[in-house]
Design a binder for this molecule. Structure first.
Ligand code: ASP
Length: 177
């Protein structure tokens, strides 16, 4: 049985519509209910919700908390998928790359441009592809979105295109390249 740790942090993928507020916002994690729709007979996906925020509101303390959770689980040697807001996904990816320079497992960050369950959502696609990618990739930190895999230091969000695109130059000034 393949174990995958799925750490959830919030972002648009998890947003819900509040009739009271009249807008979408982050509340309780809803990834679990979508996971049950997937057929993953040889896969034990362990969901660990650590926060539920728009990634624009994520603090350094939040990222330190993510690292602490990962450090606790890393010795087990299982892949990670981290659901995250798209606006600062690259920032968190670079932070994880710097914090864990000699990773021995793949760490896949993913999210969505439209919340899970909403018409036209890319959330379940990205989640499914990320789970698959985490089983196939070698050690490292990646972003998986819309059928593509990017190393965390060679990607940026393109707001106009509504997706992520590759950068030829490393975007990690503190990294090894
Ligand atoms: N502002 C959102 C976030 O970064 C955007 C998104 O997730 O697509 O959490």
């Amino acid at each position: 049985m393949q174990i995958i740790y799925l750490i959830t942090t919030g972002g648009t993928i998890e947003k819900v519509y509040s009739e009271q507020l009249g807008k979408v916002h982050n509340s309780a994690s809803k990834i679990g209910q979508y996971l049950t729709r997937l057929r993953l007979p040889d896969c034990d996906v362990r969901v660990i919700p650590i926060m539920n925020k728009d990634s624009l509101e994520m603090t350094q303390e939040d990222r330190v908390g993510l690292v602490a959770e990962m450090s606790r689980l890393l010795p087990e040697g299982h892949p990670f998928v981290i659901t995250h807001g798209t606006d600062t996904m690259v920032e968190t990816g670079l932070y994880l790359q710097r914090t864990f320079p000699s990773l021995h497992v793949p760490v896949v960050l993913t999210g969505a441009m439209t919340p899970l369950g909403f018409e036209g959502s890319d959330g379940l696609q990205n989640l499914t592809e990320s789970l698959m990618a985490s089983r196939l990739l070698g050690p490292g930190v990646y972003i998986v979105m819309h059928g593509r895999v990017f190393p965390a230091d060679h990607v940026r969000k393109d707001r106009d295109l509504g997706t992520f695109v590759e950068t030829t130059q490393s975007v990690n000034p503190g990294g090894s390249e």
